[in-house]
Write a protein that binds this ligand. Structure first.
Ligand code: FES
Length: 75
């Protein structure tokens, strides 16, 4: 796939999570969410599917700009 940086990216987005599974899918019950939950979109989290902040190192290393999906209850 072409990257906006102009280079051809040959790596998979998912480097380590459930690699024997043909498709990684997680589900979360809404009732189990707290006031705020952050879900990983960079695929680097050690607590996937929850964000653990690993996107910061990824962004610093690669120049990328990815971050979590934050789900929160309305106030
Ligand atoms: Fe992946 Fe935060 S660790 S988005």
């Amino acid at each position: 796939a072409f990257c906006p940086c102009g280079r051809v990216c040959k790596i998979h987005l998912n480097e380590k999570i459930e690699k024997s599974n043909p498709k990684v899918v997680h589900s979360v019950d809404v009732e189990d969410l707290g006031e705020t939950s952050a879900f990983c979109r960079c695929w680097k989290s050690k607590t996937f599917p929850k964000c653990d902040g690993s996107h910061n190192e990824h962004n610093e290393t690669t120049g990328d700009n990815v971050g979590p999906l934050v789900v929160k209850k309305k106030k």
